[in-house]
Design a protein around this ligand. Structure first.
Ligand SMILES: *Cc1c(COP(=O)(O)O)cnc(C)c1O
Length: 221
């Protein structure tokens, strides 16, 4: 199926007010352009260099989301280039984002990435480390948190639902409190193989790569 046909299908399943991010990692400018022509403006990339290479090929109506792990030494390259950093997962990274954005008089919009499945192979913060991070975010002048993001372990629909429900519960708890610099607007969860479970548990931002562009072939790029 074509990129536009795939987008039509995913869009038809998307609740009103939910956002579809087309994950364009490994994809060509031409493939991204096809999605742009169809009306998509939110794109997700997981590598800083690849994101930077692509940003300049498109106009400023594009909203680039950094969805992969962000190393502190790369923060300086993305200042002012991304719409949302979805992968804040440590106080150390927070401090670097604060410093680099302050130096440029800009505010970084970020999501906190939670490692809800507690997988060692995955990045994201553990639930018990959240209070320390939240406290540090409250001291910032150039960072605003607008929600949570998670990537869950592979599993069945029912297993997916358990992790997404847990994440939603944390999101709801934080939403009820009033923190400085923190609002719970976005709940970014759901990828090609589990977005139906994510939507059923209340996701309002899904990140779809293969379900839009077809199977990734890392060797081609
Ligand atoms: C690659 C990636 C996606 C998209 O994965 P698909 O299975 O292709 O939909 C979503 N989120 C993150 C963090 C990713 O790295």
């Amino acid at each position: 199926m074509s990129i536009t046909e795939n987008i039509t299908i995913v869009n038809s399943e998307l609740p009103k007010d939910a956002i579809l991010i087309a994950v364009s990692k490994t994809r060509s400018i031409a493939e991204i352009q096809e999605a742009v022509d169809y009306g998509i403006r939110d794109f997700g990339e997981n590598k800083v260099q690849e994101l930077l290479d692509k940003v300049d090929s498109f106009d400023s109506s594009m909203r680039w989301h950094l969805i992969g792990h962000l190393q502190t030494n790369k923060v300086k390259y993305i200042v002012g280039k991304v719409y949302l950093i979805q992968s804040l997962d440590s106080v150390k990274l927070l401090n670097e984002i604060e410093k680099r954005y302050a130096a440029n008089n800009l505010v970084a919009n970020v999501l906190i990435q939670i490692n809800i499945g507690r997988e060692e192979s995955k990045t994201g913060i553990y639930e018990e480390d959240l209070p320390e991070l939240l406290e540090s975010i409250e001291q910032c002048n150039n960072v605003k948190v607008s929600g949570l993001m998670t990537v869950i372990p592979k599993g069945t629909f029912e297993e997916n639902c358990i992790y997404y429900k847990k994440t939603k519960e944390i999101w709801e708890i934080l939403k009820k409190r009033s923190y400085t610099n923190i609002s719970m607007k976005y709940l970014s969860m759901g990828m090609t193989h589990d977005y139906k479970a994510a939507l059923s548990e209340g996701s309002n931002m899904i990140r779809i790569g293969e379900g839009i562009f077809g199977k990734r072939n890392y060797n081609n790029n």
